[in-house]
Design a protein around this ligand. Structure first.
Ligand code: ARG
Length: 444
């Protein structure tokens, strides 16, 4: 790649230390699409001929096929996927030698990474859509089932199971917006920035952007090769979703315990014990609970790589990919596992209703009845508190009636829960159709 300037090879140990092929192999579809687009930009600028473009496109399609099918033969000099693709292309056609004009691996890598991030964001949005659909189906079914709501993990006031399930859907819907915003931050073309100072060649950046479906061009060639904010945005979105899944996992762990008994784990989602024959364990939910650690690890790794890094490109940036890919793979896998878990939960209506029948849950209702009769709330609170202490609380109504009165926007009144479940289902469907239309297909 730089043979002209060098007379000896790098030490093999250090070649191995600096190689990134094992990790950036994953970028090959984006690298090939990026190269096709770059070749079109060079053609539009009159730097390569239409015949060379044809040969390059044909060659790149062949390289892609070899990589897809696993017949691609890597050479010991392939230090990353970008050099491997270009090396193979040049073996296939002499036109390959013209491809890298006006391009550096610095703008090439970040272009590939932005293409990866767009697809990853859309895939996450789709997975969230499926999970929210599942939650909204379950909430529809259980919109009116009373259960105790908790604060400090102590029984507090009545809610419905549907309302509680939707309380897990709302944060995921917010995560979907985070992923869409991560998509938008990735949606920018760096090619044309070269190593850091663009190029003297009249490269047609608009042509390249159009071929890759990028909606805008980067505005500063130094920033373009140094920027990984879009990756931070995506990894943070992964962390946020992982945190929300962990809270859902923890609910399943608690609810599946004999102490709660709110949910039965169907065999399809449970594990047994190698020693205790009676056990049925919520391992899947526990793994969801554990996942955010890895996502936070990725976020802090990426932040540490970027912190204090001089502009523009530095080799440190090569280390961004392992962290990014792990966060993305983990969260998509976890979102899909969570949807399967929720789909197979069997709720115990009787246990939930018994727990919700605890009269103490209606102490606040009793105080609010006094408020309705004109008693200031603090006085009402104290009076009811004394009744509870003396074991003489007389709730004004039962949990069902309490729920029917909780009729503010956002409250657990069953008809409201049902309406919100339906609306969340529609939002989920809209997310999935957005994900189907994004990113635009890459032309090869
Ligand atoms: N493998 C490198 C990466 O992923 C490619 C960029 C190398 N650029 C350079 N100037 N050495 O970042």
């Amino acid at each position: 790649m730089w043979g002209g300037r060098f007379s000896r090879r790098m030490l093999p140990e250090l070649e191995r230390f600096s190689a990134s092929l094992e990790v950036d192999f994953e970028l090959y579809p984006f690298d090939i699409a990026g190269s096709v687009a770059h070749a079109r930009g060079l053609t539009a600028a009159g730097i390569i001929t239409p015949a060379q473009l044809k040969a390059i496109e044909r060659g790149l399609r062949r390289v892609k096929r070899e990589l897809d099918e696993g017949t691609f033969e890597f050479a010991s000099t392939d230090e990353d996927i970008h050099t491997a693709v270009e090396r193979r292309l040049t073996e296939l056609t002499p036109a390959g030698a013209a491809l890298h004009a006006g391009r550096s691996r610095n703008d090439q890598v970040v272009t590939d990474l932005r293409l990866y991030c767009r697809l990853a964001s859309a895939t996450a949005v789709d997975a969230i859509g499926s999970l929210v659909e599942t939650l909204s189906d379950a909430a529809t079914k259980h919109a009116a089932w009373p259960m105790p709501g908790y604060t400090h993990l102590q029984r507090a006031q009545p809610v419905t199971l549907g309302h509680h399930l939707l309380a897990h859907a709302e944060p995921l819907l917010r995560d979907a917006e985070r992923f869409r915003s991560a998509y938008a931050s990735a949606d920018e073309l760096p090619l044309g920035s070269g190593a850091l100072a663009a190029t003297t060649l009249p490269l047609k950046r608009e042509v390249i952007a159009k071929a890759l479906g990028f909606s805008r061009l980067s505005l500063n060639s130094i920033d373009a090769v140094a920027d990984r904010d879009f990756a931070l945005d995506l990894v943070y979105s992964c962390l946020s979703a992982a945190i929300h899944l962990s809270r859902m996992g923890e609910d399943v762990v608690l609810w599946a315990s004999s102490e709660f008994g709110f949910v039965r784990l169907a065999d399809e989602i449970a594990t047994g014990s190698s020693l205790m024959p009676q056990k049925k364990n919520p391992d899947i939910a526990e793994l969801l609970r554990a996942r955010p650690g890895r996502a936070l690890g990725s976020l802090s790794a990426l932040a540490m790589i970027l912190k204090g890094l001089p502009l523009a490109y530095d080799r440190d940036l090569q280390e961004d990919k392992a962290a990014l890919f792990a966060a993305v793979d983990d969260v998509i896998e976890a979102l899909r596992a969570a949807a399967l878990l929720v789909r197979h939960l069997e709720f115990d209506q009787k246990r939930l209703a018994e727990a919700a029948a605890d009269p103490a849950l209606l102490a606040t209702d009793a105080a609010e009845e006094l408020v309705r009769a004109g008693v200031p709330f603090r006085k009402a609170h104290e009076a009811v508190g004394r009744q509870v202490r003396a074991g003489k609380l007389a709730p004004p109504w039962d949990a069902k009636q309490s729920l029917s009165r909780r009729n503010l926007p956002g409250a657990p009144q069953p008809r409201r829960v049902l309406a919100r479940a339906k609306a969340a289902g529609r939002q989920a469907a809209a997310l999935r159709s957005w994900a189907k239309a994004h990113p635009p297909p890459l032309s090869l």
